[in-house]
Design a protein around this ligand. Structure first.
Ligand SMILES: Cc1ncc(COP(=O)(O)O)c(C=O)c1O
Length: 494
């Protein structure tokens, strides 16, 4: 295929370069076709990809660095923020008429900025803290790590998978700048008790961010379709900011999320301005300075094309797909739903004596279904996560028989048995004891990182090893494994 070992080979014809990209892409998971339950949000709307690609091409070289030079981008950004505000209970005629916002590159950036904005609103707090449920997205931990903010994690109930609002309230202290909740959580798809948590935050004088990155563009439509959805948006007093990812259920191509604030005063600390150097004066609402207009234009065209009626229709299709998949899980002996679906996630675990879930995930992959394994964590069992999009609907009838078949195969195969010394290593090590050499040896033993396929077809061994390790060792193992993958293969004669 490509000669990866050449550092910078001479140029080739355009069609050769493109065919290399296409060749590489052929090894990826299928982004379309309704059999991928993570990473990609596909509405299966004919012509939408072409429209988004054309809009992206139109604005790819436009730079969001300076909105006065490229007003097209500012106009599209304001239109997207306005649409998001409207979907999430803000704008004229609502209880939150003054909602403002910014377009960011994704959910993680929106959450980092929500934390930064809350932190910078309180320069007098020397050691700021945030309160999050244990199911809050990992990006809050990343934000806290980047911004030197401490995190107080409130466990969720193993039964409801939600935090107790009283426990959230009790975790708020004088240094708390932000309290977070999810609508819904990514892992299990349940909506936190936003109204109670926001009330507690408001009473303590802290901000409350609702992470609706995943569900902010579906929950309001599901509610309009008659589904019971608890209040989670700007209609809830005390909610100060909300994030929603357009590259998830607004079905825009990757690179677009919206961070909304209830009013401009709350947003003010989000900006970074700098004039103390000899170059152009810099004013950035978001983390990136130079930003491509491509993703924003693609999102704008997508939202304009699908429109309110389109999203309502897609939500109905997705709701039916969720119901069908949940029925398929209920019908199989040895599996149970982690929670009754209330959004667009189906998450299941194994019952006592049920199949090994990591082997089951591999068996599903072998049958063309790409699901996402979730490791055991703080009293919560390992589980299998399905993000359901509209494209899944035509496939639902095929899923049940394949799931039953995969469960039978996983039962026959049994759990993977790791060599005892490997389990002992994973459970007894501290992260610091994991040297790169040790991990390289481990990776080689597990068939990772070598050859054309950097990860093996079957991941149960890796997942079982990770599952045996505490989170700090898991993190270190992952960093070292990915470090091994991210390495050009130098050739000395280049
Ligand atoms: C609830 C939630 N918040 C934040 C994120 C982070 O989004 P991104 O991957 O776009 O950075 C995700 C991603 O799945 C999510 O589900």
């Amino acid at each position: 295929m490509i000669d990866e070992s050449r550092v910078l080979p001479s140029g080739v014809a355009a069609d050769v370069a493109l065919s290399e990209v296409r060749g590489l892409r052929s090894g990826d998971r299928p982004t379309h076709g309704g059999r991928l339950f993570a990473y990609v949000y596909d509405p299966a709307v004919p012509g939408l990809d072409e429209l988004a690609a054309a809009a992206h091409r139109e604005s790819a070289h436009v730079n969001g660095l300076d909105p006065t030079a490229f007003p097209s981008l500012l106009a599209m950004e304001n239109a997207l923020v306005g649409a998001a505000a409207r979907v999430l209970g803000g704008g004229p005629g609502t209880t939150a008429p003054d909602v403002v916002g910014s377009v960011t590159s994704g959910g993680t950036e929106s959450l980092i900025l929500a934390v930064k904005t809350a932190r910078d609103a309180h320069p007098e707090i020397a050691a700021p803290r945030i309160v999050v449920p244990s199911t809050a997205h990992a990006a809050f931990a990343k934000a806290a790590h980047y911004l030197r903010v401490a995190v107080d994690v409130v466990p969720v109930s193993p039964g409801t998978l939600r935090p107790d609002p009283a426990a959230m309230a009790a975790a708020i202290g004088p240094d708390t700048v932000l309290v977070a909740c999810s609508a819904p959580s990514y892992a299990h798809g349940v909506v936190d008790p936003v109204a109670e948590i926001a009330a507690a935050a408001a009473e303590a004088g802290a901000r409350c961010h609702v992470d609706a990155c995943f569900g902010g563009w579906t929950l309001p439509y599901l509610r309009r379709l008659g589904q019971s959805v608890p209040a989670f948006d700007f209609a809830v007093p005390g909610v100060t900011s909300i994030s929603v990812d357009l590259h998830k259920y607004a079905y825009a191509p990757k690179g677009v999320s919206v961070l909304l604030h209830r009013d401009a005063a709350l947003r003010a600390p989000q900006y970074f301005a700098y004039a103390d150097w000899p170059g152009y004066t810099m004013i950035n609402p978001v983390i990136a300075s130079t930003r491509s207009g491509g993703p924003i234009a693609a999102a704008y065209a997508t939202v304009r094309h699908l429109g309110d009626d389109g999203y309502l229709r897609l939500a109905a299709v997705t709701r039916d797909a969720v119901a069908g998949l949940a029925d398929a899980v209920r019908a199989v002996d040895g599996l149970r739903l982690m929670a009754e679906p209330e959004s667009t996630v189906v998450c299941f675990t194994a019952t006592e004596g049920g199949p090994d879930l990591f082997v089951l995930v591999d068996e599903l992959t072998a049958r063309g279904w790409h699901t996402q394994p979730q490791l055991t964590y703080a009293g919560l069992p390992a589980s299998v996560h399905l993000t359901v999009t509209a494209s899944v609907a035509p496939r639902v009838a095929e899923f049940g028989p394949d799931l039953a078949d995969a469960v039978a195969a996983a039962r026959t195969a049994g759990p993977v048995s790791l060599p005892p010394e490997l389990t002992a290593l994973a459970t007894s090590l501290t992260p610091d004891a994991l040297t790169p050499e040790l991990v390289a040896g481990l990776a080689a033993g597990l068939g990772l990182g070598a050859g054309d396929a950097p990860t093996p077809d079957r991941m149960a061994v890796v997942n079982t090893l990770l599952d045996a390790a505490p989170p700090a060792v898991r993190e270190r193992l992952l960093v070292e494994f990915v470090g091994l993958l991210q390495h050009p293969r130098w050739r000395v004669d280049d």
